[in-house]
Design a protein around this ligand. Structure first.
Ligand SMILES: [Zn+2]
Length: 186
């Protein structure tokens, strides 16, 4: 029988250090379901010994997820596959059902969502409109109004590649989440 001696054992909870996430020192929100979401205006706790993140306080997470979805729908760069998947999951619609809704095959949708194939520009716009209508999200009402009156302007505003872009969400002093597509912080 091997007797293991743990010389560096410690309890992370005994040396917690509070850190406030700010626009300049953002918290990488890996549990968002997207690879590139960063938060400010929240606090989290790291172990002072091993630096591991032990606890994160994210208030109003449902509102935050809605704000992230709105940021995706209103951004001017094309949507990435994972963002399409994020929107679909927000709506709680199964892939096969969503594919049928947008007149695509489940295989096509799967290839878009996993990034194997790029979305066409028209499918990108169609999915944004579908999300806006199905979600009935208040934040997107403004977009609906804008699209209603300035469809060409909106439709032609979506361009570029969206590389070096992230979703940045900030918890404001009025206790609301504001999220937008933003350049990746240096
Ligand atoms: Zn530790």
């Amino acid at each position: 029988m091997v007797n293991t001696v743990k010389t560096h054992e410690h309890n992370c909870n005994e040396s917690l250090r509070e850190i406030k996430a700010t626009p300049d020192a953002r918290y990488h929100f890996r549990d968002s379901g997207l690879p590139n979401v960063y938060l400010a205006g929240i606090r989290y706790f790291v172990c002072g010994v091993c630096k591991k993140i032990v606890k994160v306080e994210i208030p109003a997470i449902e509102e935050l997820m809605g704000a992230i979805a709105s940021a995706i729908v209103t951004k001017t760069s094309p949507m990435a596959g994972v963002e399409v998947q994020f929107l679909r999951k927000r709506l709680g619609i199964k892939a096969t059902d969503f594919a049928a809704m947008i007149d695509a095959s489940p295989e096509q949708l799967s290839r878009w969502e996993n990034g194997h194939n790029a979305l066409s520009g028209s499918m990108d716009r169609y999915i944004r409109i579908a999300y806006t209508f199905i979600s009935r999200d208040e934040r997107l009402r403004a977009l609906m109004e804008k699209v209603k009156h300035q469809f060409v302007q909106w439709s032609t505003s979506i361009h570029g590649a969206g590389a070096n872009e992230c979703i940045f969400a900030e918890r404001l002093h009025n206790q609301k989440w504001r999220a937008e597509a933003a350049p990746v912080a240096a």
